[in-house]
Design a binder for this molecule. Structure first.
Ligand SMILES: C[S@@+](CC[C@H](N)C(=O)[O-])C[C@H]1O[C@@H](n2cnc3c(N)ncnc32)[C@H](O)[C@@H]1O
Length: 449
């Protein structure tokens, strides 16, 4: 489905929701909206004190999955921008928190939602509120004009999330905060299950996996990135919908429980460093803009192969991953390739190779070398001479596990998930703004995560 198509579907869906809210019906969020019982995603997000501050119609029109106006730190006099403001609930709550010397903007592309929000503004009597028509991928505000960007269950609807994060970063003032509620997924899962659960949630363009979210925020320039689950969904929440899709819900439950959640996602736009500090950092110790990463283990048959594919599969243009072994076994384990296939990651050109290939003068120069064998299990781990930043990210060897096929698969899965989590954390480091000593201590820390 093309970007324009997705936007049309989203606009149509929320135009109908606004019309329903205006005519007194329940707005109901997501495809989950059986509209019978309470919606597990958007019900009970606001407490009585908050509800008392805004018109009832604004509360009834709420379609979010969190409460960013309560979770974000908002100070009197600040300017707040809500991306995808819908009926305006979080804009009105933020306007109260920043007070008359502050300002709260809401941005939405759907005319019916803007009309509903302006009506709610009128009923609230608040004057420090303005609703803007526009798209969150192209925010109609100047650079560095906002203290806090909030949003409630909207970024998952965008098919160009990188543009949304870039734009949020652009309009924030240095030191400004990104503080949004959004649907996030955890770990890899079969694409069919992922697609159906996201359909249930109503994430038309697809939610980000948490390590991807961190990576995208870091790529946009944010630091102090944090993703805190606020409501974790269980298969029971979606049973009716998933059954209706013809899925065997009990069989797929383990692949769903705990893997889809609403989260409070935070980041900070770094303050501009003073020019003297910036210039000395650039000349003496700045990290380069592109990084080659080598994953090393002994055999180069499973863990380092998976790590190489996971990092390259993130398609982050700032990183290229390689893998090698100090004593290559000469073949790649089928179980490791299976994990990559399940996660839709590249399996070619997976080849067990010697680290000597990276020692020749015309080999790519490495910026990072991570050993992924298990020192704790007294496994020999190679030592990489030279200048790259090194760290030990030991992962137990799944190839040493014996037992049933399910137990062996589980060992490979664990290794895959550990590597995926660490690589996500690595991608979220604001490398360009850190000196090499700090980077070294951060990558060492990731090896213990
Ligand atoms: C799930 S509702 C959330 C509304 C509101 N944040 C709340 O908590 O009630 C999504 C809203 O975002 C708007 N929206 C979705 N994608 C958008 C985009 N790309 N640009 C601007 N608005 C968008 C929709 O029109 C809709 O009002």
């Amino acid at each position: 489905m093309g970007d324009a198509n997705i936007k049309d579907i989203v606009r149509e869906k929320y135009a109908s929701a606004a019309t329903r809210a205006t005519t007194g019906g329940s707005s109901c969020c997501g495809a989950s909206a059986s509209c019978g019982g309470p919606d597990p995603i958007s019900s009970n997000l606001y407490d009585a004190a908050q509800a008392g501050q805004i018109p009832e119609e604004a509360l009834l029109a709420s379609l979010g999955c969190g409460n960013p106006a309560a979770l974000a730190k908002l100070n009197a006099g600040e300017t707040v921008l809500d991306l995808g403001s819908g009926g305006g609930i979080d804009v009105l709550l933020s306007a109260r928190r920043v007070g008359p010397t502050g300002k709260a903007y809401g941005l939405d592309m759907t005319d019916e939602m803007l009309a509903l929000a302006n009506e709610n503004k009128r009923k609230s009597g608040l004057e420090n509120v303005e609703f803007l028509k526009g798209e969150i991928e192209k925010i109609p505000l100047p650079d560095s004009s906002v203290d806090v960007v909030i949003s409630n269950c909207v970024i998952n609807l965008s098919s160009d999330k990188a543009a949304v994060l870039r734009e949020a970063f652009r309009v924030l003032k240095p030191g400004g905060r990104f503080a949004v509620s959004d649907v996030v997924t955890r770990g890899e899962m079969p694409p069919e299950i992922r697609k159906n659960v996201l359909l249930w949630v109503g994430c038309i363009a697809g939610a980000l996996e948490e390590s991807e979210y961190r990576g995208s925020l870091a790529t946009a320039g944010f630091s102090n990135i944090d993703i805190e689950p606020t409501r974790v969904y269980k298969v029971e929440d979606a049973r009716e919908f998933l059954c209706g899709q013809g899925l065997d819900v009990d069989a797929i439950a383990p692949q769903i429980d705990g893997k889809f959640f609403s989260a409070f996602v935070r980041g900070v736009k770094p303050s501009i460093p003073n020019p003297a500090a910036a210039s000395s950092a650039v000349t003496e110790d700045a990290m380069p803009p592109h990084y080659n990463v080598l994953f090393l283990c002994t055999g180069n048959s499973a863990r380092s192969i998976m790590a190489e594919s996971i990092l390259n599969g993130k398609r982050n243009p700032s990183f290229t991953a390689f893998s090698a072994g100090s004593m290559p076994s000469g073949s790649v384990r089928a179980e490791a390739l299976h994990q990559l296939q399940v996660a839709n990651l590249p399996t070619a050109p997976a080849r067990s190779k010697s680290w000597n290939e990276f020692a020749s003068p015309d080999a790519p120069k490495m910026d990072f070398v991570f050993t992924v064998c298990d020192q704790a299990a007294r496994e020999p781990c190679p030592y990489w001479p030279g200048q790259p930043i090194t760290a030990h990210w030991g992962v137990p060897d799944p190839a040493s596990v014996t037992g049933t096929p399910a137990e062996i698969e589980c060992a490979y899965r664990d290794a895959f998930l550990t590597l995926n989590r660490r690589i996500g954390l690595f991608l979220s480091l604001p490398l360009a703004g850190l000196d090499s000593l700090t980077v070294k201590s951060e990558v060492d820390r990731i090896g213990h995560e």
